[in-house]
Design a protein around this ligand. Structure first.
Ligand SMILES: [Zn+2]
Length: 330
């Protein structure tokens, strides 16, 4: 079964490894995503996020982002099997190419330094989807960040009073004009509804689950899922244990395929079966994982079939919904 994954943090891990003076060989390494694992997992496309942690990053955030874009370019140069994907034409050419698509995205709108010129330049460099925030407030918007240690605050309260800033509104307008997909994962609840109110095009939540099943604020409420269904949006199922498992002992949470299937069923029931895709969060998650990397994706396909999804529905979740969404909206 082909796979189209909306989110991984692999570029950041590769950058940290370079910074430590111990660069990794992407052909095969200890990351959750590498060429060998993408091949064994039968991937059609991986979205590679440029992730920058504003709280800990020693570099200027834009410089950190550009270093990750440079790593993406090096991967494309080193592995001809990887295919740069930026346009609907690229997407149409991908399935028959025998190659693995690689799409550039950004997780942390703060890398743009509040300057629309930087946003436009990142678009020219190939970025096709961007979250306004990660876990830190920035000049564009406020996240649903988890105060202190997430394990001690459960369930923690969503941010309902601070959303998208005036500059963030200008960014939303420019992203829609460019046809860069707005990614609402990590955004505050207030920010989510600002996006619904102030945009007209379909948007995405690249790596978020259902809050009704697991009360983490990184997940989407029923109202959000319904609104996204009505707009023709896309949601990537996240494999992070904290967003899947509702166990009140937060130190004991596990990432299980059965819980992924429960969230998948819930998201499809509420948002329609065109809404769901995959957003693994590989190389951004740890702990107890049933899916340990890209090579394990057949286990998820089996788990969804066992949970009662049809082969056709699993195909839609695995790649067809995402392929259609990006072909229509880029
Ligand atoms: Zn994330």
């Amino acid at each position: 079964m082909k796979v189209w994954d909306l989110h991984c943090d692999t570029l950041a891990e590769l950058r940290y490894a370079v910074r430590r003076g111990q660069p990794k060989d992407f052909a095969r390494c200890d990351l959750m995503v590498d060429m060998d694992k993408l091949t064994r997992g039968d991937y059609l496309l991986q979205c590679f996020a440029c992730f920058v942690n504003l709280g800990e990053e020693p570099l200027n955030p834009l410089q950190a982002c550009l270093e990750e874009i440079d790593i993406y370019e090096q991967l494309l140069a080193q592995f001809p099997r990887l295919m740069r994907v930026r346009t609907p034409e690229d997407i149409r050419a991908l399935p028959g190419s025998g190659r693995i698509g690689a799409m550039l995205t950004v997780e942390e709108g703060g890398v743009c330094l509040d300057d629309p010129a930087v946003l436009r330049t990142l678009y020219r460099l190939g970025v096709r989807m961007m979250t306004l925030t990660w876990n830190h407030p920035n000049g564009l918007a406020h996240p649903n960040s988890v105060p202190g240690n997430a394990d001690d605050v459960w369930p923690c309260a969503a941010v309902t009073d601070k959303g998208v800033t005036e500059q963030g509104m200008a960014f939303l307008e420019e992203m829609e004009r460019l046809r860069m997909i707005v990614d609402v994962s990590h955004l505050s609840d207030a920010g989510f509804w600002d996006v619904v109110r102030c945009t007209t095009r379909p948007f995405a939540a690249s790596h978020s689950n259902a809050r009704a099943l697991c009360g983490h604020v990184r997940n989407l409420t029923d109202e959000m899922i319904r609104a996204m269904g009505e707009r023709g949006c896309l949601i990537g199922l996240n494999y992070c244990a904290s967003f899947l498992d509702a166990n009140p002992d937060r130190h004991a949470v596990e990432s299980r395929v059965t819980d992924m299937a429960r969230h998948a069923r819930y998201l499809c029931d509420l948002g329609g079966e065109d809404i769901l895709a995959l957003g693994s969060d590989f190389d951004g998650i740890g702990g107890r994982l049933e899916l340990t990397g890209a090579q394990d994706m057949p286990k998820l396909a089996d788990g969804l079939l066992q949970a009662g999804f049809t082969e056709r529905q699993v195909e839609k979740i695995f790649y067809k919904n995402a392929m259609r969404f990006f072909e229509e909206n880029l």
